[in-house]
Ligand binder design. Sequence first.
Ligand code: COA
Length: 390
Amino acid sequence: MTDVVIVGTGMTKFGEHWDKSFRELIAEAGIKAIADAGIGGEKIEAIYGGCMASGRFIGQEHIGALIADQLGLNPVPSTRCEAACASGGVALRNAYIAIKSGEHNIIAVGGIEKMTEVSTEEASFALGGAGDQETELFHGATFPSLYALLARRHMHEFGTTEEQMAMVAVKNHSNATKNPNAQFQREITIDTVMKSPYVAEPIKVMDCSPITDGAAAVIICSKEKAEELGLKGIEIVTSEQASDTLALTDRKRLTELNATKEAAKKAYAKAGIKPKDVDFAEVHDCFTIAEIMAIEDLGFFKKGEGGKATEQGKTALNGEKPINTSGGLKAKGHPVGATGIAQAIEAYNQLLGKAGERQLKNPKIGLTHNIGGSGATAVVSIFRKWRDKK
Ligand code: COA
């Protein structure tokens, strides 16, 4: 089977885009990615697009066809992928499989969400659809409240503190100041987080990812096609996916996300690496506790030690395992359908030395971790410098 290579990327700035429509965001990210790859759009054979809830956010469905139309790429097949906040990651994985299978040689993969067209209350309801309708949303459980349950249990079992969670937010805001595409461009302190109001105790406003508009796109290619066209990029070594119960009440444990552990186990085995070999990771920090749990479930730190590792600076830009160099969902922003693609773009930038002020020193292997809902879907992908393999 062929290698799969990302040969171009494009994204809009993440934030509140009052001046741009959903369609304009798609066009901006898609056109930038095609131009970055240096190919003509007519070379694209298929499109996969991640989008969670455009029907609820802007009243538009049938996003696959809309993307092809917006990019002037009709009649190529264009497919929407929906897996809540993991929609982008699932789109990338399906496109990766389509290239691996030999069915296609060049695919445009994107993600989009425009969330600020509705009130925060309506957005919370739309996002709540990623959880279990019968046992959670129907009873008023929003996503901050579900992650509050996970945080409480983690604090109870391992002594994780609200200050340690705040440190995730401080780090990710700091990284975001070095990312021109990030929603928040301001440093914050532990005090800022601790004094922000509770949304669902112990989760405060500053522990949450924000409500965001944005789109991101990558062009992926078979190794043979990339060589034929003289394109450069990074290799998607593998992309693995796992599922878990929608409802938290059906889970065996609330201090870990089993789908993350399963997807990671398969990804490490396929890539032939161990967690210690990963130089940096973009993890799904929709809430600060989610980053702490992710760095444990991905095997970077022992279960229960994610908070301490954060406190010790191990996940900082200059730490032993830099996490969310882009600013993460917390500070780069979280336009849910686009997040999984934006994570891959950070991997691309870091591995090719294009990450500007937040550039790490010669990283060789990057990992992305994209979660749907409270962990009912997880996608873990591993990337490396393409030519390193030869
Ligand atoms: N982090 C940092 N600052 C935030 C923020 C966040 N998550 N959310 C809002 N702010 C800031 C805004 O920038 C604004 O600052 P300004 O006054 O300087 O312009 C201020 O707080 C008020 O913003 P507003 O939009 O009125 O906030 P809100 O109260 O309507 O929404 C939350 C705040 C936390 C409820 C909302 O961001 C939220 O629901 N986040 C979670 C999203 C989610 O669940 N995603 C899916 C995860 S699975």
